[in-house]
Design a protein around this ligand. Structure first.
Ligand SMILES: Nc1ncnc2c1ncn2[C@@H]1O[C@H](COP(=O)(O)OP(=O)(O)O)[C@@H](O)[C@H]1O
Ligand SMILES: [Mg+2]
Length: 266
């Protein structure tokens, strides 16, 4: 019997090739290509309405492109049917602006739910994972509280714990801190980095905020508007923790402002 050679595992956690998509006669995404390495933080940055969320919805398989391919860990998800896609999606962590908490469930139950849905894990193991994830985001002691009893920042921590509950292959974040006040937003950014340094997740993070991009990213994919394209991918070659007053930070920030056609003077 001849052996079938196994598929080489992709060096990329995610690969998007020539993705194009229109809604009606309007081309929203044109010829989008990029790769994401394991353990990397890629930020998709662009103005409001340029197609960032639409791009993300294609990557998580909620939308199919008109043309182009998307590979996750080497599997072409653009070819999968709903059942195949839902299997892969169980290995995703997702945190979107609208939030996904259940107010009728406790903090602990909110984190346990995706774990129990994604595998046949025993309840006592799930409980242990919940404990670890809540500890990771700084919510130990709040297991029995309800989301409505938490502050905005704490709710976002809970969202992060939920997204991390399944030890996701890729973590998808769409403007996750957009609704928070500016101080809490800064705190959440450093919290996310602290968690990433502990867990080394592969992260794709969408934002319209240039500072958020330069503070968090390994690379920033700058999108243009109408149609949405990747204009440039900028390497953020500053180690963490980043000094946001440093010459290099300011240069990179100014470079991205120029890319999107804005001078940072008002
Ligand atoms: N299902 C849809 N049908 C038609 N147009 C859509 C749909 N979803 C998004 N759009 C349009 O696509 C464009 C990009 O939207 P979106 O991806 O939400 O932008 P962003 O997240 O960058 O703010 C917008 O003009 C929006 O109106
Ligand atoms: Mg959006």
């Amino acid at each position: 019997m001849s052996e079938t050679p196994s598929q080489p595992k992709s060096p990329y956690a995610l690969e998007v090739r020539n993705l194009t998509r229109s809604f009606g006669t309007r081309k929203i995404l044109q010829d989008i290509s990029f790769q994401l390495k394991h353990g990397e933080i890629l930020i998709i940055m662009g103005g409001s309405g340029c197609g960032k969320s639409t791009l993300l919805r294609h990557i998580i398989g909620s939308l199919k492109p008109d043309s182009g391919e998307i590979y996750i860990h080497g599997t072409e998800i653009t070819r999968l049917d709903d059942e195949g896609m839902s299997k892969i999606r169980k290995r995703f962590g997702m945190l979107f602006q609208t939030g996904a908490l259940f107010n009728s469930l406790t903090v602990g139950e909110n984190v346990a739910l995706p774990i129990l849905e994604s595998s046949d894990v025993a309840p006592n193991i799930a409980e242990l994972v919940v404990k670890l994830k809540l500890e990771l985001v700084g919510l130990t002691g709040f297991e029995q509280a309800y989301p409505t009893e938490l502050s905005g920042g704490m709710k976002q921590r809970l969202e992060v714990a939920r997204a991390l509950a399944v030890n996701p292959d890729v973590l998808f974040l769409d403007e996750p801190f957009g609704a928070l006040d500016s101080i809490t937003r800064l705190t959440m950014r450093s919290e996310l980095l602290r968690i990433w340094e502990a867990e080394r997740n592969t992260i794709i993070f969408v934002t319209h905020d240039i500072d958020e991009a330069v503070q968090l990213a390994d690379r920033v994919a700058v999108m243009s508007n109408r149609p949405g394209r990747i204009q440039q991918i900028v390497d953020i070659d500053i180690p963490h923790p980043r000094d946001i007053d440093s010459q290099r930070y300011l240069e990179l920030r100014a470079g991205i402002y120029r890319q999107i056609g804005l001078a940072h003077r008002i």
